[in-house]
Design a protein around this ligand. Structure first.
Ligand code: WT7
Length: 631
C-alpha cells in the first residue's frame, strides 16, 4: 500500500504534481492495485459531451481489490465489525477471509437466481453485514447495484426500481431502528405491485416479522445460501463498466440515478480515504452514515475495504437506547477514526454532556464531518468535548456525483479552520465563477463552485438520461462541472461551502429536491399549489417550510397539515415531512410565472422586514398577506 501524505509541504508538492501532470499522477496511484490487464490510456475527456474515461482498456474487478488481494496478508484481520441496534445483542465480526467467502457464496446465489453481468439489482436493506455482502456480490459478478435507503417509501422504491429496470430486489423481513421495526418486506411488496421488472425478491431474515412470501418470486436468503456453492471467480470488468447507480434528488420531481464506473471510483475512494483520514494499519474506523447514501458506499464499504481497514457498521440510531450510544460504541470498540454528520453532532450536543462524560473516548485520533456546512459552535463542541482538543477534525465536502471527498483538510497534516472545508485534494481543480460562468480569480472572493478538470471518481451519467446529466452539471457553465453549491475563498485560498444555490435542500444532511416534496403535496385533493423552501433549523441545518394554496379553506388546518405530511411520508419518506406548513392565498411570482423563492426563504427565516426588491413581482400584495400569517 502506498504511503500517506504526511506534511503540508508534501501536500503542496503532490497537489502541484497532480495539476501539472494529472495523467502521470493518477497512473502512479492506479499502479497500487491488482489489474487483470493494465490500461491503454489514462484519461480521455470532453466536458461538452460530457464524456470522461479513466484507465480505458484496463481490466479488473473491484472486489478482487477489496478482498482477494488482502487474504494472504490480512485474511484473519477484522474487515467488518458490526454493532446491532439493540445493545444487548451480540456484535458480529467478519474477517477478510470470512467476508470473501460470504461474498463469493452470495454471488453464486445471484447467479442461481438468473443474474447476469450488467443487470441492475436493487438493495433495500437494513444496516447489517449482509448489505455489504450483497453490494460486493453484485460487483463480483458485474451486476450494477442500486442501493435504496431503507427509510424511503414504497412509492420512492418503486420509482427507483422502475427507472433502472432492476430484475432482482434484495430486502429483509424487517429492520431494527431504535425502538421501531421498519417493515421492509411489506413496503417492498407494496412497491412490487407497481413494478413489472422484478423477477426475484431475496429476503434476509432479520426481525422475524410476519411477512408474506410470494411463491415463485420470493426466496429466503438463508435457503439460497445453503444451496449455493463456495468460491466464485471474479467477472473481468472493463475500467469504465458501471459499478453502481445511486439515486439523488434534483430540481425536478424525478430523482437522478447517478452512475459511477469501476476503475476510477476504486482508485479515488482508496486514495481519498487513506489521506483524508490518515488511515494507518490497525486503525478502527467508524463512519455512522447509512450505506443507502454515497458516504456509505465510498467510506463504509469501498474506501476502507480497498485500504484493508477495519470498518465498523452500526445498525441503529444515535439516540437509542439513549444519546450516549455513539460514545459507548466508541469506547467498547476503541474506535480511532470517527466520521459523522453535523446534524448528529448538533442533536447530541443538545442532549448535554451527561451522555458523553461516562465514556472513555481516548481511543479517538481523528474526527470527520460530512453532508452539510457545519456551524462554528458545533465544530468547537465536537473538537473539544468529543475530541478532547486532541483530534483534528476533517470537514469533507463532496457529493453523490463526485464519488469521493473533493475539498477537505487531511487530518492533522494540512491546516483546518472552523466551518471551512479548506483545500482541494490532489487532482481536484475547483474554481469559483460568477453568474455568467466567468472565473472569479484571486482570494477572498465568493461565487458558484465548479470543477474544471476531471477526477477519477466523477459520475459518468444519469442512468438512462445522459441529456439530463449534461444539462444539470455541464451546461450551466461551459466546460465546467457545476456543483450546485455556493462557496467562498478566504485570504489563503481556503474554501468555505455556503450552501446550495439551486432547488435542492440539505435537511439533516439528506439531499431532498423541493420539487419532489411539492409534487407529493400537490396530490392532496384540497391542495392547489405548493412552494417548499428551507429555513435555518438548530439541529437539522435546514428545516422544511411549505407554503400551500388550498382549493377550499380548510376546516381544520392542523388535520390538513397532518394529511399533507402523511402524503409526503408515503410518496417520499418521513425525512421529507414539512416542519412548518403555512396556508396562503397566493405565491409571489414574477411576470413569467416563476416563484420568487428568495422572498419565501426570507419570510420562513423570520426576516420579512428585509425582503429586498420585490418590484418585479406580478402582484406584490400577496407578500403582505404571507408575512402576516407566517408560522
Ligand atoms: C451536497 C451533496 C457527500 C456525501 C453526503 C451528501 C452538501 C456535503 C458538505 C460539507 C458543506 C456539504 C453540499 C453538497 N455538503 N458535504 N462538508 N460542507 N456542505 O451527499 O446527498 O449528494 O449532497 O451536500 O451542498 O452539494 P449528497
Amino acid at each position: 500500500m502506498e504511503k500517506n501524505i504526511t506534511s503540508f509541504e508534501e501536500y503542496k508538492t503532490e497537489y502541484a504534481k497532480s495539476i501539472n501532470a494529472p495523467e502521470q499522477f493518477w497512473e502512479g496511484k492506479a499502479n497500487n492495485f491488482t489489474w487483470q490487464k493494465k490500461w491503454d490510456t489514462v484519461l480521455q475527456w470532453d466536458f461538452t459531451k460530457p464524456e470522461v474515461k479513466w484507465f480505458e482498456g484496463g481490466k479488473l474487478n473491484i472486489t478482487e481489490n477489496c478482498l482477494d488481494r488482502h487474504l494472504e496478508q490480512r485474511g484473519n484481520q477484522t474487515a467488518i465489525k458490526w454493532i446491532a441496534n439493540n445493545p444487548n445483542e451480540q456484535s458480529r465480526r467478519l474477517s477478510y477471509k470470512k467476508l470473501h467467502t460470504e461474498v463469493c457464496k452470495f454471488a453464486n446465489v445471484l447467479k442461481n437466481n438468473g443474474v447476469k453481468k450488467g443487470d441492475r439489482i436493487c438493495l433495500y436493506m437494513p444496516m447489517v453485514p449482509e448489505l455489504v455482502i450483497a453490494v460486493l456480490a453484485c460487483a463480483r459478478i458485474g451486476a450494477v447495484h442500486s442501493v435504496v435507503f431503507a427509510g424511503f417509501s414504497a412509492k420512492a422504491l418503486a420509482d427507483r426500481i422502475n427507472d433502472a429496470t432492476c430484475n432482482i430486489l434484495i430486502t429483509a423481513d424487517g429492520g431494527f431502528r431504535g425502538a421501531k421495526i421498519t417493515a421492509l418486506k411489506d413496503i417492498s411488496d407494496e412497491a412490487m405491485k407497481n413494478t413489472s421488472s422484478i423477477e426475484k425478491c431475496i429476503v434476509l431474515e432479520r426481525t422475524k416479522s410476519k411477512i408474506v412470501m410470494q411463491k415463485g418470486r420470493d426466496v429466503w436468503w438463508h435457503n439460497e445460501m445453503q444451496k449455493a456453492s463456495a468460491g466464485c471467480a471474479i467477472e473481468i470488468m472493463d475500467s469504465e463498466d458501471p459499478l453502481f447507480i445511486l439515486y439523488t434528488s434534483g430540481s425536478t420531481g424525478k430523482p437522478k440515478g447517478i452512475q459511477h464506473s469501476t476503475a476510477g471510483y476504486m482508485v479515488y475512494t482508496e486514495y481519498s480515504f487513506r489521506n483524508v483520514f490518515q488511515y494507518t494499519e490497525g486503525d478502527v474506523y467508524w463512519c455512522t452514515a447509512d450505506i443507502g447514501w454515497i458516504t456509505g458506499h465510498s467510506y463504509i464499504v469501498y474506501g476502507p475495504l480497498l485500504s484493508g481497514a477495519t470498518t465498523l457498521i452500526f445498525e441503529g440510531i444515535p439516540t437509542y437506547p439513549d444519546a450516549g450510544r455513539f460514545w459507548q460504541i466508541v469506547e467498547e470498540n476503541k474506535v480511532n477514526i470517527f466520521y459523522t454528520a453535523p446534524t448528529a453532532i448538533r442533536a447530541l450536543e443538545a442532549k448535554g454532556m451527561e451522555f458523553v462524560n461516562p465514556y472513555d473516548l481516548s481511543s479517538l485520533k481523528i474526527l470527520g464531518t460530512v453532508g452539510e456546512p457545519i456551524n462554528e459552535d458545533a465544530w468547537h463542541w465536537y473538537g473539544s468535548e468529543i475530541g478532547k482538543d486532541n483530534c483534528p477534525i476533517v470537514d469533507t465536502w463532496w457529493q453523490t456525483e463526485t464519488g469521493g471527498i473533493m475539498i477537505s483538510n487531511l487530518a492533522g497534516v494540512t491546516p483546518s479552520k472552523p466551518t471551512f472545508a479548506t483545500l482541494p485534494l490532489p487532482g481536484i481543480q475547483p474554481c469559483l465563477v460568477d453568474e455568467k460562468g466567468n472565473e472569479i480569480l484571486g482570494n477572498s472572493v465568493e461565487g458558484r463552485l465548479c470543477i474544471k478538470y476531471p477526477w477519477p471518481s466523477i459520475a459518468r451519467t444519469i442512468y438512462g438520461n445522459h441529456k439530463r446529466f449534461k444539462d444539470t452539471y455541464f451546461s450551466v457553465f461551459a466546460n465546467k462541472y457545476f456543483t450546485g453549491d455556493g462557496a467562498l475563498h478566504d485570504e489563503n485560498g481556503m474554501y468555505r461551502i455556503t450552501g446550495r444555490v439551486d432547488d435542492v435542500l440539505i435537511v439533516s444532511g439528506h439531499n431532498l429536491g423541493t420539487a419532489e416534496i411539492e409534487s407529493a403535496m400537490d396530490q392532496h385533493k384540497n391542495v392547489c399549489e405548493t412552494a417548499i423552501v428551507g429555513y435555518p433549523h438548530p439541529i437539522k441545518g435546514n428545516g422544511i417550510y411549505a407554503y400551500v394554496i388550498c382549493h377550499n379553506t380548510p376546516e381544520n388546518s392542523d388535520s390538513l397539515r397532518k394529511e399533507i405530511n402523511d402524503l409526503v411520508t408515503k410518496q417520499v419518506g418521513a425525512i421529507a415531512k414539512a416542519d412548518k406548513i403555512q396556508f396562503v392565498n397566493g405565491l409571489p411570482k414574477t411576470r413569467s410565472g416563476k416563484i420568487m423563492r428568495r422572498i419565501l426563504r426570507k419570510i420562513a427565516a423570520g426576516e420579512s422586514d428585509n425582503l429586498g426588491d420585490i418590484s418585479t413581482l406580478l402582484d406584490p400584495t400577496v407578500v403582505e398577506e404571507i408575512k402576516i400569517t407566517a408560522q
